[in-house]
Design a protein around this ligand. Structure first.
Ligand SMILES: Nc1nc2c(ncn2[C@@H]2O[C@H](COP(=O)(O)OP(=O)(O)OP(=O)(O)O)[C@@H](O)[C@H]2O)c(=O)[nH]1
Ligand SMILES: [Mg+2]
Length: 281
């Protein structure tokens, strides 16, 4: 399954971000803890080159805690500041303002030494669509300042938001990149709900999800839908089993593959299949 999707408004977004990057001290790069590597946009990585950086592995509540530990270790051994996050919970933001200041402490110290006035830290919040950028900003500020929604493309245009006295945040629209060199990256982003579902075939996507889940959690699907692991080996047979178990039938009694696929995708995205990470460092 070869997914290539780059809506026109994203070209405008990257231009806006190229301008705005000049004004910020650091980039808070939000990725998805269920696929932290696929969730990092190489264009944002290039854009943030030379800026202080904080990587947020968001939706950690849906990710496999053991895999999350491995990712945190990986980032730390690569000298990259990273935090695990469930951005919906304000209590998780205790200490984050200090961490933000810490990431760009060098720059602030240099300014102070030059006698420049103290000023708020300015951060750009950037990442792929639907990863929780606006939710992150709302929780950090404690106010619903940025519009959120469970589909990609909710934020359009930029918005500066002030957090207390110390920090100013720039919310940005979700950004993909024009070509996924590795088709697996496109598949991971699609199953996470980063890419508009309207352009994808639900059935095909569910088959890819079955393979991806099977690599790391070989018994999870059988156990969720109550069949013996091993009775269905091929992804198509697994999808049929899910449809059978959930009574997904069309008029006339044939199996409704799209409905079965929709159930599986929803269960994965909402965590009902279990906490899962589909990528390891
Ligand atoms: N389970 C879980 N859901 C989250 C988390 N953070 C955000 N969400 C949900 O993810 C969806 C997308 O959140 P947004 O904040 O709108 O995402 P965004 O990155 O601003 O999206 P765009 O503006 O469309 O690029 C919403 O339904 C949020 O409630 C999290 O840490 N855990
Ligand atoms: Mg948004």
């Amino acid at each position: 399954m070869d997914i290539q999707w780059y809506p026109g408004h994203m070209t405008k977004t990257i231009r806006m971000m190229q301008e705005a990057i000049k004004l910020v001290d650091l980039v808070i790069e939000i990725t998805d803890a269920r696929a932290p590597n696929a969730g990092r946009n190489p264009d944002i990585d290039r854009l943030a080159n030379g800026k202080a950086r904080l990587v947020v592995l968001n939706k950690a509540d849906l990710a496999d805690p053991e895999a999350s530990r491995a990712w945190m270790q990986y980032y730390s051994s690569n000298g990259l500041s990273a935090v695990l996050m469930d951005a919906r919970e304000r209590k998780n933001f205790k200490g984050l303002e200090a961490q933000i200041a810490n990431v760009c402490a060098d720059k602030l110290r240099r300014e102070k030494e030059k006698g420049m006035l103290e000023r708020p830290v300015r951060a750009m919040v950037a990442g792929i669509p639907n990863v929780g950028k606006s939710t992150f900003i709302n929780s950090l500020t404690g106010r619903a300042m940025a519009k959120t929604g469970n589909k990609p493309g909710v934020t359009r245009g930029k918005q500066w938001i002030r957090v207390g006295k110390g920090v100013e945040l720039l919310d940005t629209p979700g950004l993909l990149w024009p070509k996924f060199e590795d088709p697996r990256v496109g598949e991971l982003l699609a199953v996470l709900g980063t890419i508009n579902d309207d352009i994808l075939s639900t059935g095909e996507l569910a088959l890819r999800l079955i393979s991806l889940v099977g690599e790391y959690y070989p018994e999870a699907i059988a156990s969720r839908y109550n069949f013996e692991p091993g009775v269905a080996a091929e992804p198509l047979a697994v999808l049929e089993k899910i449809g059978e178990k959930r009574g997904c039938l069309r008029k006339g009694g044939s199996l409704d593959y799209d409905r079965a696929a929709g159930i599986l995708l929803d269960d994965f995205r909402s965590g009902k299949l279990g906490r899962m990470t589909l990528e390891r460092p």
